[in-house]
Ligand binder design. Structure first.
Ligand SMILES: [Fe+2]
Ligand SMILES: [Fe+2]
Length: 501
């Protein structure tokens, strides 16, 4: 493993020459503005807690190496809170003046955060390729620590200087965090002493190079943000939605999204049967009954009570399709999977327009830091983030274009009962609110680019096993979320984006 650690040191030395660090140290820009680059890092810094808990951590650690990785992950999982404290101390809430939907836009749609979103998603996907091998995982974890050390050793003295003039403590950027970051994973010497097989070394080397490639782009994005916004006295601007025609409702073959006539489906009968069972079970969720019958709450209030519980999942799909789904292959299925993923990536912007129509930013609205806390640290959003981490892993592990089509189809099918229920309320709500609810009305739902014909291609045995796992895991996650949504909707004082935290 020595070789791999040497590669980490070499790449870290190269990263230390990144112009971001020189700019932070020397730019003729007031120090508080130089350190106000945190928004560019938000999706990664806040999402890192989930990387620690859901990607790095071994649920049942076997042996010293896995236990050491868990110990390391437990400490780093607490650092997202430090990031929020610095956000507040730097006055970013007041400077940015963002509502919850502005924060959702920034985290999931803004071009300025594309590199950090990619970083968060690709790192969340790494367990799909490290195969759970603690030596490979230790290598990519060590690379992340080295990248963090490069940044924090530059930032900490600057944060200390700023404390001298403002009297504020900067826990994330300053010495407090640095003291908890040695630049190495816990028990690094234990890892360094291990012998790697050739395939392990190749995998570990590839993972290390992947992490440094990701961080070089994150550093680029931070520098671009710093020079383009705080240094220039400008703020990022969310494009206001332009008036647009409402998409016409799609015709749904067989009456349901993506549902084909039964003839010719014997090819994958066991998979189809399981999917039908799970679809039917999900459609019986008591949440849908609540949505249909929770009188005297009007339709728009019922929608407003359940929609926030899905914000992280719905907005997160775009990154799932963009950064986790492999793009290999050039056959029909590969092309169709890419086209379908591209089409679905557009849905999150429409969801945000529905959010505005429903008035979910509300009064009093959350500050940006409260919104970040709710999205990334609140137990109410835990299940959404857990589901996304699992879907990212399923996507990244779908090497075959045919299983990628299946994953897209299964995720769409898992939302079918939801869109049926919200679709029934959308018309009434639109009349009351005077604006479109295109996402919730299900107007974007369609059968996908090949009309569902991929389902007639026989799956190989390993592909069938993979698709079976996908169906089980996706529907399990969705069923849990539906149950939690109902609990939140029935106790509205605890739920929703306007609750203070
Ligand atoms: Fe940390
Ligand atoms: Fe760390």
């Amino acid at each position: 493993m020595d070789d791999v650690f040497r590669l980490v040191s070499m790449r870290a030395e190269r990263l230390a020459m990144h112009p971001l660090l020189g700019w932070l140290r020397e730019a003729r820009v007031p120090l508080d503005r130089r350190l106000a680059i945190l928004p560019a890092l938000a999706p990664f810094a806040m999402g890192y807690r989930d990387v620690c808990r859901l990607a790095l951590r071994y649920p049942s650690p076997a042996g010293d190496l896995e236990a050491a990785i868990n110990e390391h992950a437990a400490e780093d999982a607490t650092h997202s809170r430090l990031f929020l404290q610095d956000w507040v101390a730097l006055g970013l809430d007041e400077q940015l003046g963002w509502s919850t939907s502005d924060v959702l836009w920034w985290l999931f749609l803004a071009p300025e955060t594309a590199a950090t979103r990619r970083a968060a998603t690709q790192i969340l996907a790494l367990p799909a390729t490290d195969g759970g091998d603690p030596l490979v995982r230790g290598a990519w974890a060590e690379a992340i620590e080295a990248c963090g050390a490069v940044f924090f050793t530059t930032a900490a003295p600057l944060a200390g200087q700023l404390t001298g003039s403002t009297g504020q403590e900067y826990l994330y950027l300053g010495d407090y965090h640095l003291a908890r970051e040695s630049g190495h994973i816990d028990s690094a010497e234990l890892f360094a002493a291990q012998r790697l097989s050739d395939p392990q070394r190749a995998q570990a080397t590839a993972a290390v190079n992947c992490i440094f490639g990701i961080f070089e782009q994150v550093f680029d994005a931070m520098l671009e943000y710093g020079t383009g916004y705080p240094a220039a006295g400008r703020l990022p601007e969310r494009p206001r939605p332009t008036p647009r025609g409402r998409p016409s409702p799609r015709s749904r073959p067989g009456g349901q999204p993506g549902r084909l006539p039964p003839a010719g489906l014997q090819a994958n009968a066991s998979v189809e049967r399981l999917l039908d069972e799970r679809r039917a079970r999900t459609a019986r969720s008591p949440l849908f009954e609540w949505l249909r019958s929770a009188q005297p709450l009007p339709a728009h209030d019922r929608l407003a009570a359940v929609v926030p519980a899905w914000a992280m999942s719905i907005m997160g799909y775009r990154d799932l399709w963009t950064y986790a789904l492999p793009r290999t292959g050039s056959d029909g299925s590969a092309r169709h999977a890419s086209a379908w993923a591209g089409e679905l990536s557009g849905h999150s912007a429409v969801f945000l327009a529905d959010w505005a129509t429903l008035g979910l930013d509300g009064q009093p609205s959350r500050t940006a830091s409260q919104a970040l806390r709710w999205l990334y640290l609140d137990p109410q959003t835990e299940a959404q983030r857990g589901a996304m981490a699992r879907f990212v892993r399923l996507a990244a592990g779908s090497a075959s274009p045919l299983t990628r089509m299946w994953l897209l189809y299964i995720l769409e099918a898992s939302g079918e009962a939801w869109f049926t229920a919200t679709g029934e309320l959308a018309g009434d709500a639109e009349r009351h609110l005077g604006g479109p609810l295109d996402y919730l009305a299900g107007r974007l739902e369609g059968p996908g680019p090949d009309g569902g014909r991929f389902r007639q291609k026989p799956l190989s045995q390993p592909e069938r096993a993979q698709v079976t796992t996908m169906i089980t895991e996706v529907f399990d996650e969705v069923d849990v979320q539906l149950g939690l949504t109902l609990a939140g909707a029935s106790a509205p004082s605890l739920a929703g984006p306007c609750a203070s935290s």
